[in-house]
Design a protein. Sequence first.
Length: 345
Amino acid sequence: MDRIDRKYRILQAIIDDYILTALPVGSRTISRKYEQKLSSATIRNEMSDLEELGYLDSPHTSAGRVPSNKAYRLYVDQMLKPPPLSVEETAFINQCFDRRVHQVDDMSMRIAKALASMTHYTSAVMTRTPRSEQVLSHLQLVPVAERRVLLILVTRGGAVRQSLLDLDASIAADELYMVSRILSSQLEGLRLSELPDALTRLSGSCATGLRQIVQAMAEQQPEAAGSDAVTLSIGGRSNLLGFPEYSDVDKAKALLSVLETREKVVSLLERNGEMEISVRIGPETGLEETRDCSVVTASYRLSDGRVNTIGLIGPTRMQYGKALAVLSQVGRSLGAILDEYDEHE
């Protein structure tokens, strides 16, 4: 028997057992449940080697071993084979996608709650809309000086963009109010990237007073009051408190503080670079409070330019295979909705 292969099998058995039990794993457990042909002494020697290599840790209160973050990384990268979901689990996920793609924002909280219920981890759904893809809801023109006007654009997602316009002639406040209503009705529903061309076309048919405002708007791109528009839905914040890793009150409070802070949850979800599927373990999450957590995320680009990122946050001994299988099914369900939407366009 190849000793390297044996080490891998023993390490995988330790990880699998610890994920299920949260208890340090001893050589007798491995011999009895996974490797009946190996003696406890042989397994102890292999476990000692694995500890020296940094794959196992030895708690002070037990003779058993627990996997290290290095072991989980090897497990995810080289050992893991996500199991297929059951028919019931697949149907449960598909129920979250019984609406059209233009209602994906409405589904976010439903998806987050469903995944939290299904996995018993904390789940989060983030939708990021690039500035250029944000859709105009309405605009407002506000006088700030004799020939200077503040332009405020409000998108359907609630993002605000504003800039100052310098005019050739002053316009009364009540006239600006009427102009705001006219332009809002003409431009509502357009993406911000479409506004310059639309304004240029509109200026040709405008009266003189209105034309100077429209031309000024077409020539100047409003600056963003923020970056891309981000919506976030979180499900099962308290789920992690059911795991023994968070029985310590201070540790639990620190973790809940992260899950209650929008900016920190967003940072957990968006630190996955360009990868569609990402698994970050322990310190890889980037936050001190989540050094004992793992974050599994999947990102999907929608037809309107938005990017949905769906994440599961759990202890480092989370069921990675199940998490990846769930997120993959979410991707397939979302893809089916997108295909159906495109066919009806």
